[in-house]
Design a protein around this ligand. Structure first.
Ligand code: UDP
Length: 419
């Protein structure tokens, strides 16, 4: 399925994973958008989820016949320190951003507009990603096309003064896009919801040779023949790693050969993460079957191998955004036991695609059920992969961007029949 020749088009390579129907729908939608000049603007070419998505979306749009481009704004150290404060404030921290930093924010946008104005004013559709380039619209008074603000962050509880300041730049857009209903804010224009997605062609999600999976387990001193639970997460209270250890300990009463892996790369400057890691190590004690992997970084292939080799994946968060680790594990046909919160609820349906739990006891009960009913592991894993294939691959995200553009350009009254 994945051994397609190098010359195969990107769309065909996606069809091999997402299904020919998914790619057929993209082609149909794109017939209404041929030659459309689309510009995406964000603030970095590398690093972070937004850049990762654009790296794939833009070439796919081009292959579909749109004239898509990706531009990056350039800024000073002060500019990025300002937008970092925005990021934290929008996610709920009470931070006052000093006036000189706000001036720098607007000046950097004005300077970038000088460079980008001809392109942006001529474009049919402009997607501005996150707060960094949001003021560009104000500096493009003769724009012809539709402007969309694409918000990738959780705006459910923003620090009000910062949101009030930013909103003045965003109100003039034609539409906003949020990832989940609970992340959205009321806006004076159309609001669309487009959930995140994973890329089946990335190193994190490609099928791996079983020898590689076994080698990764061996390298960490984990026995791949014994039943294994896994949680991949930053060491953060909201991910409840101590609750995962409690669930594992309860489950070992029924399955003594059980092993647990808690994997999470550590940011160098994250004192909170260090504190949580200490609590995790204390809770793990001297149990040789709890493997806490906390190096500074694990490659995508290593994370992939751990997810592929585990029997059951846990994501026992008590607060969560979308929960991409859940999606990644489901794509690898794993039953996931996840916290009953945020986007995890969009992915796990009890007994069908996984289990939602509120407590470590609940998680332990589901672990026991699955390990004593091996055929359920397989069935639920199969359903889980299918749910992701239909709803949470990048092809679905692209389909929604195309639909949004058809709606904005041709009017929402225009009916689109997808064969
Ligand atoms: N991740 C990783 N290495 C780690 C921990 C996490 O690559 O050590 C990845 C994980 O595979 C997922 C993302 O980071 O793709 C975390 O996204 P998620 O939505 O689950 O949680 P967040 O950290 O954004 O709250």
């Amino acid at each position: 399925m994945t051994d397609l020749p190098e010359s195969t088009s990107l769309l065909e390579r996606y069809a091999a994973h997402a299904g020919a129907d998914a790619v057929g729908q993209l082609r149909q939608l794109a017939t209404r958008l041929q030659g459309l000049r689309v510009v995406h603007v964000n603030s970095t070419r590398q690093g972070g989820g937004v850049a990762e998505i654009l790296e794939k979306l833009v070439p796919l749009m081009r292959e579909l016949g749109l004239d898509a481009q990706w531009e990056v704004i350039e800024g000073s150290k002060e500019f990025f320190s300002c937008t970092k404060s925005f990021h934290n404030a929008l996610q709920g921290r009470a931070i006052a951003v000093p006036e000189p930093l706000l001036c720098e924010y607007e000046e950097v946008n004005a300077a970038n507009a000088e460079r980008l104005r001809p392109l942006l004013e001529e474009a049919d559709v402009v997607f501005i990603h996150d707060p960094q380039p949001a003021p560009l619209l104000r500096f493009c008074p003769h724009r012809r096309g539709k402007w969309v603000w694409r918000c990738h962050i959780d705006l459910s509880r923003p620090h009000r003064p910062v949101w009030r300041y930013l909103r003045q730049f965003i109100n003039g857009y034609d539409a906003s896009v949020f990832s989940l209903a609970e992340f959205a804010q009321p806006m004076p224009h159309l609001v669309f919801l487009i959930p995140p997605s994973i890329d089946p062609l990335s190193e994190k999600n490609l099928p791996l040779p079983s020898e590689e999976v076994r080698r990764v387990f061996r390298d960490f001193g984990i026995d791949h023949r014994r039943p294994t639970l896994l949680q991949v997460s930053r060491f953060d209270h909201f991910k409840d790693p101590v609750g995962v250890i409690r669930a594992y300990k309860l489950a070992t009463a029924f399955v003594p050969s059980l092993q647990l892996i808690l994997a999470g790369g550590r940011a160098a400057d994250d004192p909170e993460g260090d504190l949580v890691l200490k609590e995790v190590l204390a809770a793990a004690g001297d149990d040789p079957d709890i493997h806490v992997l906390s190096a500074s970084h694990y490659s995508d292939r290593v994370i992939n191998a751990l997810q592929t080799g585990a029997d059951i994946v846990l994501q026992k968060s008590i607060r969560e955004g979308f929960g991409l680790t859940v999606t990644e594990a489901m794509w690898k046909s794993k039953p996931v036991i996840g916290g009953n919160t945020g986007g995890i609820r969009l992915q796990l349906f009890n007994h069908r695609t996984g289990f939602l739990v509120d407590t470590p006891e609940g998680a332990a009960m589901r672990i026991r059920y699955l390990l004593f009913n091996r055929q359920r592991i397989e069935q639920i894993g199969h359903n889980a992969r299918e749910l992701v294939r239909r709803n949470f691959l990048i092809t679905r995200q692209l389909r929604e961007y195309l639909t949004l553009m058809v709606a904005l350009i041709h009017g929402a009254g225009d009916r689109i029949e997808l064969g």
